[in-house]
Design a protein around this ligand. Structure first.
Ligand SMILES: [Zn+2]
Length: 297
């Protein structure tokens, strides 16, 4: 069955009677594009979907021009997982794994020990911001909540899920500023209501219905809605850069053996082909300095 075109989006909201802000995200076509690039075992796909939803939620909280990257490095069967969300509201991501992975593999069985790095690259900034947190916890939400507790000292709750059709998430955070006496009580009330959310509701309900289902006793004010989509930032020029790093001799060896050099983007599976003339040109041009502005597209 073909899904009707569905727009992936993120809804921001705020509570009138509590010092809490929220975000909800649901990704369908974006998630389809990301998950179809490789034949992911079910638990790996699940975690990758959660990470995609998390990247969308976090990017919306930082309000930058640039990109946010979540990257897991671990010593378990899943050695690397990376998801990127840009301020143009595009997402991409991938995971590397080794061996057979049981359908029932838990978060810690998938990853073992490792870290989650949150990198924020702002256009024009010399240094990216990077925060690193260890993978302690039963799931990605717990790791991210821990990160917010350490880095921003703001109480934050995150619910994430993914199935074959959708990746989705809900985010709640205490507003910064002076604490009011009733703030703790408000936070715990909103949290209790949100905690009843099910993975199925996150993946299937739209924002209005989900917020009504969870918070119908609370006045919720809808803020901006952001559309999101899959897009890859790869290009022939960037692949060319990689070939230059490989070195001219190595590149020519491959050309001699195969007649051409081909590289495929791991995120979107676009194939880039270079022939003998292309390679010669690539190394002739390599005298020109590569510009600093090439970090982001
Ligand atoms: Zn690509």
């Amino acid at each position: 069955m073909q899904d009707s075109p569905q727009q992936d989006h993120l809804q921001r909201f705020i509570f009138d009677n509590a010092e809490v802000r929220g975000e909800w995200v649901q990704l369908k076509s974006t998630w389809q594009e990301v998950s179809k690039q490789r034949d992911y075992p079910a638990p790996v796909a699940h975690l990758l979907g959660e990470m995609l939803a998390a990247a969308a939620l976090l990017t919306e909280t930082v309000k930058i021009e640039g990109r946010l990257v979540l990257q897991i490095r671990a010593n378990g069967p899943v050695s690397m997982m990376m998801v990127e969300c840009t301020s143009d509201h595009t997402l991409r991501g991938l995971a590397n794994w080794q061996g057979e992975i049981a359908d029932t593999a838990s978060f810690s069985e998938l990853l073992g020990d490792g870290t989650l790095a949150i990198t924020i690259e702002v256009v024009g900034a010399k240094q990216p911001y990077q925060g690193i947190v260890s993978l302690h916890g039963d799931n990605l939400s717990a790791v991210l909540e821990n990160y917010f507790q350490q880095s921003e000292q703001l109480d934050t709750r995150i619910w994430l899920t993914a199935d074959q059709h959708a990746a989705a998430g809900l985010f709640l955070q205490q507003l910064p500023g002076d604490k009011k006496p009733e703030q703790a009580e408000n936070w715990s009330r909103i949290n209790q209501l949100a905690s009843t959310v099910t993975p199925q509701e996150l993946c299937e309900l739209d924002a209005i219905n989900l917020l009504h289902r969870l918070f119908h006793q609370e006045p919720v004010r809808l803020l901006t809605t952001t559309m999101l989509e899959f897009a890859c930032t790869c290009s022939r020029e960037r692949v060319g850069e990689t070939i230059r790093m490989l070195g001219e001799a190595e590149a020519n060896d491959i050309i001699e053996e195969h007649g051409y050099l081909e590289a495929a983007c791991e995120f979107c599976n676009t194939h880039y082909q270079f022939d003998k003339v292309d390679i010669a040109q690539l190394f002739n041009d390599s005298i020109s300095p590569s510009s600093d502005t090439d970090v982001l597209h």
